[in-house]
Write a protein that binds this ligand. Structure first.
Ligand code: NAI
Length: 499
């Protein structure tokens, strides 16, 4: 028989840990509704946390704080080092930076951990056995946010993958697998196309995996990897991926557990942790008291384990499951014939609080895995390789002569006369168009002219500057350059398609 609520509360109060203060931002859109619901459930369960409310997001953006994070919020974050955060709306246009990305990067929250498990039989899902954890890189990749418009037609986003950043993240994924007794880590990249950036991530994955022989390590190309996660998620255990792929695949995985509203996530750094739902601020349903607070609740339970109150995390997960087991579902989970009643956000929280002390029937909890703490695993490269300059890619904005690549080829061949750097190829959107391109290739106004020196020749900045001076004199608008280096004799640039 279930214990009376007051007795459960009394017992929980007696055994709970000393309270820890955490910063709490309620967020935008559905944020205030789900945050209030989660806070009420935590307080009812006697969680050993106090909240220091901070204001972040839309209101701050609209007051002219372009980061969305005012100085007093930074003070609170620095003081408490743990943040429970509702979803934030990043206003479109106007140069506003995503606050989520800023927080993750400024606070060094390098690992975004997103557990995606089925809550079978309480939540309808086609994948009752799925129980995977996605460990997404959080600071690099295209999310470095370095973008430029370079010509009238072409924009560019820089994808940065570093070896210390990848190693730290991948090591964390294996440590998590070890701490939670998980058997396999899958790495997702697109290194068949991005051989240098994703190739580096994959290579480091293989290297780190050798240190964990008891854990099966496997690499998949992101497209088939995502398809397999969507189709057979129960085959996966821990998944590690660069930032963008990890972001996409974790929404897929959260959705197929039953609803994206069920996804919680932890952002882990060496001295700081932030807990949030996987989903966004859902402006389409904001203010209607219909959002599911479960994603933020599950993130909050992870936070409780992090601050040393695993008992309340356990205590609160049970009534939450018991509520679902009773068929009391928010609109996103409601299924005719399966659910008993459709509840609003606040009523769902009430129902959970009423079930404190109850365990869901027919459910055996797999011990919720602890997250390993983030050790100081940032390892700058130990030995700097021998770096040698061989040439340069000069990108030009060129819209003359009907965009005939052969005319551009003639121009650059002539201007480089007598220089050590010789033109070898011109590409347009990565495809070779000179020498010997084909007329069917559609060309933009953005051209890459590659210059290389003969193998024995020495090349330095002076040779590059001389070449660029000739570009300027010829009236060619060079918009960026990339140097072509080798490292310990290994080519550090990709070949153009058709090169
Ligand atoms: P979204 O996740 O907010 O919404 C996608 C769909 O899922 C919508 O139909 C929404 O109604 C539904 N949904 C989301 N959460 C739900 C919940 N708890 N219960 C029931 N249904 C739920 O994604 P969207 O629309 O792309 O983004 C909206 C805003 O959120 C944007 O400004 C975006 O930048 C921001 N965002 C913020 C994140 C964060 O703060 N960590 C993460 C992702 C997006």
């Amino acid at each position: 028989m279930a214990a009376p609520i007051e007795q459960v509360r009394r017992e929980m109060t007696q055994c709970r840990a000393a309270p820890v203060t955490v910063a709490m931002a309620e967020g935008d859109g559905i944020g205030p509704e789900i945050s209030a619901a989660v806070r009420r459930m935590l307080e009812a369960a006697g969680a050993a946390v106090r909240f220091d409310p901070v204001t972040l997001g839309e209101a701050c953006y609209l007051e002219g704080v372009t980061s969305g994070i005012p100085p007093e919020a930074w003070d609170s974050l620095r003081e408490h080092r743990v943040l429970l955060k509702g979803p934030i709306t990043t206003p479109q246009g106007g140069g506003y930076k995503s606050l989520n990305v800023t927080l993750r990067k400024t606070l060094g929250l390098f690992a975004n951990v997103r557990p995606c498990r089925a809550w079978h039989p309480f939540v309808t899902t086609r994948h009752p056995d799925m129980d995977l954890v996605i460990v997404r890189e959080n600071e690099e990749d295209t999310y470095a946010g370095i973008e430029h418009r370079q010509t009238a037609e072409v924009t560019q986003c820089l994808k940065l993958i570093s070896s210390p950043g990848s190693e730290r993240l991948i090591r964390y994924a294996f440590e998590l697998a070890r701490a939670q007794g998980r058997k396999r880590v899958d790495c997702l990249t697109k290194d068949n196309i991005m051989k240098l950036t994703d190739g580096l991530f994959h290579r480091i994955f293989d290297e780190v995996a050798r240190e964990y022989p008891e854990i099966e390590a496997n690499h998949l190309i992101i497209d088939i990897g995502t398809a397999l996660i969507a189709d057979r998620p129960e085959r996966f255990d821990v998944v590690v991926a660069p930032n963008l792929y990890g972001d996409i695949v974790s929404d897929v995985a959260a959705q197929i557990t039953g609803s994206v509203g069920l996804g919680g996530s932890a952002n882990i750094g060496e001295n700081f942790a932030m807990f949030e739902a996987v989903h966004g601020s859902a402006p389409d349903i904001a203010g209607r008291n219909i959002a599911n607070p479960s994603g933020l609740l599950l993130a909050a339970l992870e936070m409780l384990r992090h601050v040393g109150d695993p008992a309340t995390a356990r205590t609160l997960q049970n009534p939450w499951l018991a509520t679902l087991a009773d068929g009391l579902h928010t609109a996103d989970l409601y299924r005719e014939g399966v659910s008993r009643k459709r509840l609003g956000t606040a009523e769902f929280a009430d129902a959970v609080c009423q079930r404190l002390g109850r365990e869901p029937a027919g459910y055996s909890e797999r011990a919720p895995g602890a997250l390993p703490s983030a050790e100081d695993t940032w390892r700058p490269i130990a030995r700097r390789p021998e770096k040698r300059l061989h040439g340069v890619d000069v990108f030009v904005d060129w819209d003359d002569h009907g965009r005939d690549p052969n005319r551009l080829g003639d121009i650059v061949a002539e201007l480089a006369q007598g220089l050590v750097l010789e033109p070898v190829i011109i590409t347009n959107r990565g495809v070779k168009v000179w020498p010997g391109g084909i007329p069917e290739t559609r060309c933009t106004d953005h051209w890459r002219c590659r210059f290389l020196a003969p193998e024995e020749a020495a090349v330095g900045h002076a040779e590059v500057l001389e070449l660029l001076a000739r570009f300027a004199r010829a009236g060619l608008d060079f918009i960026k350059t990339e140097h072509l280096y080798s490292f310990d004799g290994e080519r550090g640039w990709s070949l153009g398609q058709g090169e």
